[in-house]
Design a protein around this ligand. Structure first.
Ligand SMILES: Cc1ncc(C[n+]2csc(CCOP(=O)(O)OP(=O)(O)O)c2C)c(N)n1
Ligand SMILES: [Mg+2]
Length: 426
């Protein structure tokens, strides 16, 4: 045996906490691991031996489009947060800070690809042409989903952490088999070599916290074993509610891929150009039959986990300040202005478009219908079930108990109106 001593098995919680904090600080200031970055926080475009060629393909319209999308989704995020505060939504899950990770990766996907999101991928939803007002239906509690995934190849949000990763790998294996079958049928019918449907890939999103779930591990084993056409897109936004990412992993998350036998790559998640390049490469590779890739987008959740969370309880403002300086929108704006690709009128138009979207979303949300609660009972089973009938009867009786209160409320509201009218008349 080469080892001169066995590693200690003693566990010292205090030491571990200190070490993790130090590691977290180091990660924040200067990521020790290689990370693909093309557009730096100062707005200058660097180069990369592999990925620059993807960036060079981007024309000015596409670059302006990246900015417009990021600004639009940030404006939408502000509006949705306000709607929650006004009681119009039950909950909101903000994405501010993660715009580049989402727009860059979403824009790299093609219509035939299929996307599995978590619950925070509003930016990806925008790139897949999901109606953003539809997206709010679930957060208002008036729908179990909100949109039809078949229209956009953008799956419904999944709130159970990592549950979408095995779904994604299964879906990718299905695509793989369909493609093989189509190719075999073409050979059998003598149509080989003729135009066929373009190959598709799957992209599945999950967070640094979700990366600790067994589902992710199982999915990666399956994906590697079967060379499934799937891109695992992990947004390492540094927090899983109040738990820092340094608790989820002792190594950069991207490095985990090596253990499964496929490439893992860490990209600056606040650099839309690099995210787009890396994702385009990974999706192409998957469509061409070379198997999975893990992308770790190194980014930061600038706001709260949800509108039910208060991050000041578990992290300092200095850390948030460090990340605000790496803002994805600010760096692209600097680049576009410096290169003469966009001027004040462009940025004013983007602001106006954002306000228009916000007004549309506000109006549509206010107009959303309140579904009859009985549909929840009716949709539990396909056929009538005595237990559901019993529970519905209990619910009806319970609700009827508030009838007097409702009448009293109405009466006092009417009385208040009369007093107001009398006062106004005086
Ligand atoms: C299986 C499961 N466990 C716990 C939760 C509660 N939960 C919701 S979000 C969250 C943190 C997730 O963090 P991360 O994966 O990093 O994604 P982020 O919210 O940062 O985007 C937790 C623990 C859940 N939804 N599902
Ligand atoms: Mg996270």
């Amino acid at each position: 045996m080469g080892a001169t001593h066995l590693p200690s098995t003693e566990f010292d919680g205090t030491e571990m906490d200190d070490q993790l904090e130090a590691e977290a600080e180091a990660q924040l200031g200067d990521p020790a691991e290689p990370m693909v970055q093309l557009l730096g926080p100062d707005g200058t475009l660097g180069s990369d031996p592999v990925f620059s060629k993807y960036a060079e393909k981007l024309d000015p319209d596409t670059l302006r489009g990246f900015y417009a999308d990021m600004a639009k989704i940030r404006r939408f995020d502000v509006e949705a947060t306000a709607l929650q505060r006004q009681g119009q939504l039950a909950l909101w899950v903000p994405l501010t800070g993660q715009e580049a990770a989402q727009i860059g990766s979403g824009r790299a996907s093609q219509p035939q690809d299929y996307i599995f999101p978590t619950y925070r991928e509003h930016g990806v939803a925008l790139t897949r042409n999901v109606d953003l007002a539809e997206l709010l239906r679930q957060f208002r509690g008036v729908s179990n989903g909100g949109w039809n995934p078949k229209d956009t190849n953008f799956h419904l949000y999944t709130l159970v952490l990592a549950a979408q990763t095995p779904h994604a790998v299964g879906y990718a294996m299905g695509i793989q088999r369909d493609q093989k079958l189509a190719a075999a049928n073409a050979v059998a019918s003598g149509e080989a070599g003729q135009a066929v449907e373009p190959n598709a890939a799957v992209m599945v999103y999950f967070g640094d916290g979700a990366s600790s779930e067994g589902d992710v591990h199982e999915s990666m084993v399956f994906a590697a074993s079967y060379q499934a056409p799937v891109v695992f897109f992990c947004q390492n936004n540094h927090w899983a509610i109040s738990v820092p990412s340094s608790v989820q992993t002792r190594i950069p998350l991207a490095n985990r891929a090596k253990g499964y036998g496929f490439p893992g790559i860490r990209v600056d998640g606040n650099d839309v150009i690099a995210v787009h390049a890396v994702t385009e490469w990974a999706l192409e590779r998957a469509r061409d039959g070379h198997g999975p890739v893990l992308i770790e987008a190194f980014t930061y959740r600038v706001g709260a986990h949800t509108t039910a969370d208060d991050p000041t309880k578990y992290r300092g403002s200095a850390e948030e300040g460090l990340w605000r300086a790496k803002d994805p929108l600010a760096r692209l704006e600097k680049y576009l202005r410096a290169e003469g690709l966009a001027d004040d009128s462009f940025f004013e138009q983007v602001r106006a478009d954002g306000d228009e979207l916000a007004a549309y979303v506000r109006k549509t949300t206010h107009d959303l219908e309140t579904p009859d609660i009985r549909t929840a009972f009716a949709n539990t089973y396909v056929e009538a079930h005595p237990l559901v009938a019993e529970e519905l009867a209990w619910f009806e009786e319970y609700s009827a108990g508030f009838a007097d209160e409702a009448t009293a409320d109405e009466a006092s509201a009417e009385e208040a109106d009369t007093v107001q009218t009398d006062r106004a008349a005086r």
